[in-house]
Design a protein around this ligand. Structure first.
Ligand SMILES: [Zn+2]
Length: 173
């Protein structure tokens, strides 16, 4: 399994050829007789929301985003989402309490390869802990994308979308 479309065989270093298999072109090493399937890395995110607002975080140079990150090998997506939430914001919630709201993908990011994003939501009332920025996070705020944009701050479009889906789902309950 590789994250980016490979040009060379990771085992023997031979240049890969394209081979049509299961409906798409895939890298193939003639030397090893091996096909390479490109698989995404799973990421998990949590929208902690109340009314129109949600918890957003940012690193010192980065745009605002929903808390989240890469899932570890021994975690479910929900376990990864709540671990990242606590790691970044000090907010705690059980992985059973968060609700799956959306999945999506991102192709061939130069840094991270291909990502599968799994997004959860939870009402703020179900979360415990004093909100504060932790680890690589410089700021954490209970806010909404419109207000951040009015202040001239950057927010990733994928995170605006995550916020919107969470608010719409919460309203429809
Ligand atoms: Zn090979």
């Amino acid at each position: 399994m590789v994250r980016k479309p490979p040009n060379y065989c990771p085992d023997c270093g031979s240049e890969l050829q394209e081979k049509h298999h299961d409906g798409r072109e895939r890298g193939y090493c003639q030397n090893c007789s091996e096909l390479f399937f490109q698989s995404p890395r799973p990421t998990a995110w949590t929208v902690v929301h109340e009314d129109e607002k949600a918890v957003f975080v940012r690193t010192s140079n980065g745009p605002w985003s929903v808390p989240g990150g890469f899932v570890e090998v021994d975690e479910s997506a929900a376990e990864g989402a709540v671990r990242e939430l606590e790691k970044e914001t000090n907010l705690r919630v059980s992985s059973e309490q968060i609700e799956l709201i959306r999945t999506g993908f991102h192709m061939n990011d130069p840094d991270d390869g291909s990502l599968l994003s799994i997004c959860f939501a939870v009402p703020r009332s179900e979360v415990t802990g004093q909100m504060r920025p932790k680890n690589e996070i410089a700021e954490v705020e209970f806010c909404c994308p419109d207000l951040l944009e009015k202040r001239g701050e950057r927010i990733r479009s994928v995170d605006e979308h995550r916020h919107e889906v969470a608010i719409l789902k919460a309203r429809s309950l």
